[in-house]
Design a protein around this ligand. Structure first.
Ligand SMILES: Cc1cc2nc3c(=O)[nH]c(=O)nc-3n(C[C@H](O)[C@H](O)[C@H](O)COP(=O)(O)OP(=O)(O)OC[C@H]3O[C@@H](n4cnc5c(N)ncnc54)[C@H](O)[C@@H]3O)c2cc1C
Length: 585
């Protein structure tokens, strides 16, 4: 097996991975950096982000307000030392992107433009039309090109971490075009593998978001934190799940039920305000958990529109006018026409909540370090405890930058502190990783199909782990995932070739998703309260006495995850009432 020697290896070349790579290369030009990604970097999900990235920039705003919005939006499950660090670093990172060439939209006077976003009581979301992620990722990618110390391994699939002497020292990854497995020895490893929304059938997430990065760390003994918190975005196209960005509402779009009523005023997000652009009052700019949950109640009341793709509410942007829509929301217009045949300039578009984002992930501290020395994580795969029980829209893109950089700085400090590796031990582990894959190829007696198991997993997650959950439903989900993880051991490969074996990669991805689903379902069953995105019909109140704590899921092989709890860091904002009834100025 070929061995690659690196100082730092990064798994994932989305926003977090690229930001980390740049920080590594800039901080220490002598480092050898291996950047490993199962897709070409520009195909990472960050590219699909539409609405923008949050950071305080305007005079009427303050770091304290961004802090308050994030902590309240997260239903007090965010670690407040982390939020403080984040809001402080956010504007610096967004300005840095500007200097690297990110084409932010402008105000008339040439200053950076911002737009309102849900749960943010001031305008602070920087944007580039409704293709913000595309421009951010391009900016980062082109910046990495100037550093000869970054070696890219595009279309390499990470398989297993190498852990020896109690620290992470590298990983194995398969070159997808040849099927060759390589051993990457690295003093530090940073996981930036993205989210896991593909556990669910109806999601905005690209096909690559299968939680591989989370599963890598989890299987190596690192806990997954707060996995039960799954974000539904309120405005997905009902047939494909494609996202219509929150910027639709930020720019003034309104949500109507079948009677034409702006129903959010009935759920503590009023009062109704005149149509304007941009929309400055709360209403449609409530936080995502609340807005999505209101949809569920409208369904119960029979106030929704029945479509061939299920019950929907309507997103109306007609009053914004064609010129404004084409300037600010061109992609949204294109998506609605292409996938639903609805021109938002002329008609309201039917929408429904769709799985969008994992608040939970690899447990890290504020410096992006995990419990396992030498292993760091950043981006959506990580849970640094910024987002708590509900992420505010536009905080994620900034999170990639702030904590991608933090992970890099921590990884450098660790790399400089460690002694030589026991190469024989690492090689033995790499051989074991290769043997695991070979066993899959040799398996002939199994009856299970990858697609069959995947469908059963998705159906279970949708039925039992959606917007509202119950004890019985969650127990059913836990049992089902236990069963599916056992049956997974009998999956057979239909394609035994070495060249771009997509059958193999989908089997591996299914394994990652089942591990994530195990942590998610067990965590959700154990959390007997309603907080943020985790709503239980049988425990309807938030319970700070018992559950103002992070859940920490530990891998137990074939057994269900073991859940422990960790206190939330509260520095200055004691748990309070989330109020979205007032003005957004
Ligand atoms: C449609 C959409 C719109 C969004 N809009 C916004 C927005 O406007 N504002 C906002 O703040 N957030 C938004 N989000 C959320 C945000 O975009 C994501 O949370 C964020 O981009 C994730 O970035 P990342 O770097 O963590 O992961 P990704 O960009 O998903 O990258 C993951 C990387 O990991 C690699 N990888 C994964 N598994 C493996 C493996 N086994 N081996 C090797 N490599 C692997 C992939 O190749 C990829 O390079 C949006 C999300 C979606 C889906």
């Amino acid at each position: 097996m070929e061995i690659v020697e690196a100082d730092v290896a990064i798994v994932g070349a989305g926003g977090a991975g690229l930001r980390a790579a740049i920080a590594l290369a800039q901080t220490d030009p002598t480092l050898k950096i291996a950047l490993i990604s199962k897709v070409y970097p520009m195909r990472s999900h960050t590219c699909a982000a539409e609405g923008g990235a949050a950071g305080v920039i305007k005079k009427d705003d303050s770091l304290a307000l961004h802090f308050d919005d994030t902590v309240g939006g997260g239903d007090w499950l965010s670690d407040q030392d982390c939020v403080e660090y984040f809001v402080n670093e956010a504007p610096k990172e967004l300005l840095q992107l500007e200097h690297w060439g990110c084409p932010w939209n402008r105000e008339e006077d040439g200053s950076v433009a911002v737009r309102p976003f849900g749960g943010m009581k001031k305008q602070r979301t920087w944007f580039a039309a409704d293709k913000s992620g595309f421009h951010i990722l391009h900016t980062l990618f082109q910046t990495t090109l100037q550093f000869p110390t970054i070696t890219r391994y595009d279309e390499y699939f990470a398989l297993d971490l190498l852990v020896d002497e109690g620290r992470c020292q590298g990983l194995t990854a398969m070159e997808m075009k040849s099927g060759m497995i390589k051993q990457f020895n690295a003093k530090s490893v940073i996981i930036c593998g993205g989210g896991a929304g593909r556990m669910f059938p109806f999601t905005t997430n690209g096909a690559i978001k299968t939680g591989d990065g989370m599963a890598l760390a989890y299987r190596a003994g690192v806990p997954l934190k707060d996995m039960e918190f799954v974000q539904y975005h309120p405005t997905g196209l009902p047939n494909t799940g494609s996202l219509l960005t929150e910027a639709c509402r930020g720019e003034g779009g309104v949500m109507l039920n079948k009677n034409g009523r702006r129903y959010l005023q009935d759920y503590g997000m009023g009062p109704e305000t005149p149509l304007g652009k941009p929309q400055l009052k709360t209403m449609e700019l409530g936080p995502r958990d609340r807005v999505s949950q209101a949809y569920w109640h409208e369904v119960q009341k029979g106030n929704t529109v029945t479509t061939p793709w299920g019950e929907c509410v309507l997103l109306d942007m007609r009053h914004l006018g064609e010129k404004y829509i084409d300037e600010r929301l061109p992609l949204v217009r294109e998506l609605a026409i292409a996938y639903l045949g609805v021109d938002i300039v002329k008609d309201p578009v039917p929408i429904r909540p769709v799985v969008h984002y994992m608040m939970g992930g690899i447990s890290t501290n504020t410096k992006a370090a995990t419990e396992l020395p030498g292993l760091f994580a950043a981006g959506e795969c990580a849970c640094v405890s910024l987002n708590g029980a509900n992420r505010l829209g536009s905080n994620s893109l900034t999170e990639l930058l702030v904590f991608g950089k933090a992970a890099a700085l921590s990884a450098i400090a660790h790399a400089k502190s460690v002694g030589p590796a026991n190469k024989a031990a690492l090689k033995a582990q790499a051989d074991a990783s290769q043997a695991r894959i070979r066993e899959l190829f040799l398996r002939t007696d199994g009856k299970e199909s990858m697609s069959g198991l995947r469908k059963e997993m998705m159906d279970t997650m949708e039925k039992n782990c959606g917007l509202y959950r119950t004890e019985a439903g969650l127990q059913e989900a836990v049992n089902k995932i236990v069963e599916l993880r056992q049956r997974y051991n009998k999956v057979v490969l239909h394609d035994k070739s070495n060249v771009f074996n997509t059958d193999l990669f989908q089997v591996l991805e299914l394994g990652s998703m089942l591990d994530c689903a195990s942590a998610l379902t067990v965590g959700a069953l154990a959390r007997k309260e309603s907080r943020g995105a985790h709503q239980r019909l049988d425990y309807v109140e938030r319970d700070d006495k018992n559950y103002l704590r992070h859940s920490m899921a530990y891998y137990q092989g074939q057994d269900t995850a073991r859940i422990e709890y960790l206190d939330v860091v509260i520095t200055k904002s004691p748990p309070g009432v989330r109020d979205y009834s007032g003005d957004h100025k």
